[in-house]
Design a protein around this ligand. Structure first.
Ligand code: PAF
Length: 285
């Protein structure tokens, strides 16, 4: 098992990629904020299948956290992350510090509409996607990989990044990878460690109710009714719901009457105590 090379500066990252390109190698990027779990490892495995060389970036991006969010306490177990990335055979871990990514005098951010203004995460985290889009644009432009892999777990984020790459003509293929789950259905997330024992027991109710609602919609029940019943079950399990909504899977716009389940996505964010969980599933089979 070979430890990945850790690179901390953009210049050194670009020099490494230049050498790979000179040897004819293709390059994949997996952007992360660290605190890696099996879901991230599956992204790295997919990256390995898509390119000869794999870069994983580990950077807890301050600009995507709101003032009352968990930036300060976000887990940063870098040593354990490196062990996982060695096992997953990443070639390079790009681990810049904040002054490398946001040098003195930094003044440019990306302004967004389209899926970033769908009224889902953006409604509750108004500055989040501007921070995500700005850092992701930088992370893509620094090594200019052939392909970049993002989890479907953050479904609106993935739509925002696809739009960003399209609008800015970034020459990178954006690939979404399926959400990994615990055996009881809870979507893997670096924030699951915030759940106490009791909350952890109730947490899978979110995904279970979502699956139930998707099944009802597939069986012909009106979307609004299925969502209302699922929301009642989620609240009864102790969650405070931020949103639970069916949207067009491609545009994230509200569904039009008669739209087929295969074109729809059910998306949710709900809080158990101070921990906010997000999840999404396809409505069709
Ligand atoms: O999904 C994440 O972990 C982050 O939002 C990302 C894409 C690495 C940008 O900081």
């Amino acid at each position: 098992m070979k430890a990945p090379e850790v690179i901390e500066t953009v210049d050194a990252l670009r020099a490494r990629v230049r050498a790979w390109r000179a040897a004819g190698d293709t390059v994949a990027l997996v952007p992360t904020m660290g605190a890696l779990h099996a879901g991230h490892v599956s992204l790295v495995e997919l990256a390995r299948r898509r390119a000869r060389r794999v870069i994983v970036s580990v950077f807890v991006n301050p600009t995507q956290f709101g003032p009352n969010e968990d930036f300060a306490r976000y887990p940063r177990p870098f040593g354990a992350d490196l062990d996982k990335l060695a096992m997953a055979q990443a070639d390079v871990v790009f681990h810049p510090d904040a002054s490398e990514m946001y040098p003195e005098g930094f003044a440019t951010t990306i302004s967004l509409a389209g899926p970033a203004a769908a009224g889902l995460e953006d409604k509750f985290r108004p500055t989040h996607f501007q921070g995500v889009a700005t850092i992701v644009a930088k992370l893509l432009l620094q090594p200019l990989p052939d392909v970049a892999i993002f989890g479907e777990k953050d479904f609106q984020q993935l739509a925002v990044i696809r739009q960003l790459a399209r609008d800015l003509h970034l020459p990178v293929e954006i690939v979404g990878a399926p959400t990994m789950r615990e055996a009881d259905g809870l979507a893997l997330s670096s924030r699951n460690i915030y759940l106490d024992e009791r909350q952890r027991k109730f947490a899978p109710n979110l995904h279970q109710a979502m699956q139930w609602a998707a099944g009802r919609i597939r069986a012909g029940e009106p979307v609004e009714l299925a969502v209302r019943e699922a929301a009642a079950a989620i609240s009864a399990a102790g969650f405070v719901i931020d949103y639970l909504e069916v949207r067009d899977a491609r545009t994230l716009a509200p569904p039009t009457p008669g739209q087929k389940p295969g074109e729809l996505r059910l998306l949710a964010a709900a809080r158990l105590g101070t921990t906010r969980l997000i999840d999404n599933i396809a409505v069709g089979d």
